[in-house]
Design a protein around this ligand. Structure first.
Ligand SMILES: Cc1cc2nc3c(=O)[nH]c(=O)nc-3n(C[C@H](O)[C@H](O)[C@H](O)COP(=O)(O)OP(=O)(O)OC[C@H]3O[C@@H](n4cnc5c(N)ncnc54)[C@H](O)[C@@H]3O)c2cc1C
Length: 310
């Protein structure tokens, strides 16, 4: 059984009970987690994970909560947030080393200021480096893995450094999703600082024009299927602007579901299920969620069935 007293003995970082998670997500949705911990160092993180595994307690890692839908009932067990204490970034002999908790916008800023190219297209992605690595986040033709050298992570209770080639990066996916990402190193080509600033600005303006920036959301709900755009398929099926309780399929970008103020996780789940079924029935395309669902039963996304209409 999990003992809060024992956690307090092995962790000197922030610990709280029944911590509401909605404010920690970009969707502003989700119930509380039983125990919330901000481990202050790798050593303490390892000790906590070892203890959680010994006691068979469920745990998740949170980054900036920008790719998450958390259940209305919240999460049982522990949420570990490494954003606060794992966000250093350095440049030494042409190698950028960054902690997993650093926000992508800060990492990009650091690279641009040092005249290093190849990250500027990631500036508008509101997550941390850790969340970006496990998802191989990307935009406008670039992804976080492009200039990566290696990733240091906690696999079970073992600290390991994996070369990029060992991480199995692919479109919005990787083979390190069961691990806790601690840091990553990059070697980036040189670029002109002013050009990089301009490019970053252009892409941010483009992003702001295309996405619903004034209502809480979690970015793209679905991955783009091979050779297609999820947003286009959803729009073609006439689903743009459809409302599910407090959740709305965005008028501006159909692959975004926005929280109009009082959306529940169940509203978003209903939107996801209706979109998947409608798109499958009308086009035969199976949309796969890109957002990560936490605290739901496995069958919350209902299986696609039936014969598609011609
Ligand atoms: C407005 C908006 C625009 C977006 N645009 C894009 C885009 O253009 N491209 C894109 O790829 N994504 C985009 N996203 C989605 C999101 O920002 C990215 O997926 C981001 O990388 C998630 O990082 P995070 O720190 O917020 O992760 P979280 O949402 O906190 O977590 C996501 C997953 O990563 C895991 N995780 C987080 N940190 C760690 C860690 N250190 N170790 C192990 N696992 C971890 C969590 O357990 C969870 O499973 C967008 C989101 C929003 C809200």
């Amino acid at each position: 059984m999990l003992s809060l007293e024992h956690i307090r003995q092995i962790c000197s970082g922030g610990i709280s009970i029944s911590e509401p998670l909605a404010p920690m997500t970009s969707f502003r949705i989700g119930g509380p987690v039983d125990i919330y911990i901000e481990p202050p160092s790798v050593q303490e993180l390892v000790a906590i994970v070892r203890y959680l595994r010994e006691t068979e307690s469920p745990y998740v890692v949170l980054g900036n909560g920008s790719n998450l839908l958390i259940s209305d009932d919240g999460l049982r067990g522990v949420a570990l947030n490494i954003e606060r204490h794992f966000s250093d970034v350095t440049l030494e002999r042409g190698v950028v080393s960054a902690g997993a908790g650093i926000r992508l916008s800060k990492l990009v800023d650091f690279c641009v200021r040092n005249g290093l190219a190849g990250t500027e297209m990631l500036a508008g992605i509101p997550g941390t480096l850790g969340g970006a690595v496990i998802m191989n986040a990307g935009a406008y033709g670039g992804q976080i893995s492009d200039h990566l050298i290696d990733v240091t992570l906690l696999r079970a209770e073992e600290l390991r450094t994996l070369k990029k080639e060992e991480c199995g990066f692919r479109y919005r996916n990787s083979d390190v999703r069961q691990d806790i990402i601690l840091s990553a190193r990059f070697r980036l080509p040189k670029g002109d600082e002013e050009d990089l600033r301009m490019r970053r600005k252009e892409l941010l303006l483009k992003r702001n024009a295309a996405q619903p920036v004034n209502l809480p959301n979690a970015g793209s709900i679905f991955k783009n299927p091979e050779g297609r755009y999820a947003a286009q398929l959803i729009e073609e099926c006439g689903l743009k602007g459809r409302r599910f309780g407090g959740a709305l399929i965005s008028e501006r970008h159909a692959n975004f579901v926005v929280n109009t103020g009082d959306a529940l996780a169940t509203d978003v789940i209903e939107a996801i299920n209706v979109i998947r079924h409608t798109v499958f029935e009308k086009t035969g395309v199976e949309l796969e969620p890109e957002i990560q669902l936490l605290g739901f039963p496995e069958d919350v996304i209902s299986p696609l069935h039936g014969v598609r209409q011609s």
